[in-house]
Design a protein around this ligand. Structure first.
Ligand SMILES: C[S@@+](CC[C@H](N)C(=O)[O-])C[C@H]1O[C@@H](n2cnc3c(N)ncnc32)[C@H](O)[C@@H]1O
Length: 267
């Protein structure tokens, strides 16, 4: 996958462009990384949004991809501080978690499927960052002590089968005693009637309630539609049990955001 930055990206002359209607916006492979790229270069034009297939658009504050640990949410920081030993950050984005780890001298590797995200990390001075699909990790078995899946990273699995495949791949590259540290969202805590209706329709189709079909949307660009699967702690516990992990800790909030620590079980 290649991402052309094109003349509009990070181009001061394009400042002032408004986000277009997604019906008429041009295609882009990676509006999310483009928003991060613009932010890094001081050219971000809010909003960056996710557009659900029922038409609900949600703004995602892109500055959170760059925030330092002292600004993390409390439950995220408590989980992040457990990272130890050789660490893999899956879907590392702009390097929010990689940056403080490498500065602290921890051997931390980052992977992201987005070449532009990897370029952003390298532009920030990070090393050991690679373009890689989390579903096919190019590392030997037993390599990592800690694996990070922050900012709903596990949701990239898209379906229960996809999440199990991702957890199985994490199990393969984890050392004995290895752990996964993640943050996720229990969407059942919502009070928004549009979300409640969306989740009910999912259940009626036989899907988990937290399955969402999204497109990312920034400026005049929208992505292809992709599946994202938010799991409750109970759904995560079942997926972990099926793939050689044990949910050892859950650190939750009333609005549904939570952190979890998974411990690797021997097969
Ligand atoms: C919500 S962002 C989180 C970024 C970062 N972890 C953070 O906390 O700021 C999810 C990231 O996962 C990446 N991603 C999505 N699917 C992936 C896959 N199959 N393999 C690797 N990375 C993936 C995206 O490109 C994106 O950068």
């Amino acid at each position: 996958m290649t991402v052309s930055l094109g003349p509009k990206a990070a181009d001061p002359q394009s400042a002032g462009l408004q986000a277009a209607d997604p019906q008429t916006a041009g295609p882009s492979e990676d509006p999310h990384a483009l928003a991060m790229y613009d932010y890094l270069h001081g050219l971000f034009q809010p909003p960056f949004r996710y557009l659900r297939d029922d038409g609900v658009a949600t703004e995602d504050p892109i500055e959170r991809r760059f925030e330092p640990p002292e600004r993390f949410r409390d439950y995220e920081r408590r989980a992040f501080e457990k990272a130890a030993g050789r660490t893999l950050d899956i879907g590392c984005g702009a390097g929010k978690h990689l940056w403080p780890l490498q500065r602290a001298g921890i051997e931390a590797h980052g992977i992201d499927i987005s070449p532009l995200a990897v370029r952003i990390c390298r532009d920030r001075g990070l090393t050991d960052v690679s373009v890689m699909d989390a579903m096919e990790l190019d590392y030997p078995g037993g390599h990592f002590d800690s694996i990070l899946l922050f900012s709903n990273g596990l949701a990239m699995g898209g379906t229960p089968a996809g999440v199990e495949r991702l957890l199985t791949e994490c199990h393969r590259v984890s050392a004995p005693g290895g752990r996964i540290l993640l943050t996720n969202t229990d969407v059942s805590r919502t009070e928004d009637p549009r979300n409640i209706a969306y989740q009910r329709a999912n259940r009626e189709r036989g899907d988990l309630p937290g399955r969402v079909r999204l497109r990312s949307w920034y400026r005049d660009q929208v992505s292809e539609e992709f599946d994202w699967l938010f799991m409750s702690p109970e759904e995560l516990t079942a997926a972990a049990r099926a793939t050689g992990w044990r949910v050892a800790e859950v650190d939750g909030t009333p609005w549904g955001g939570y952190a979890a620590v998974l411990e690797r079980l021997p097969h």
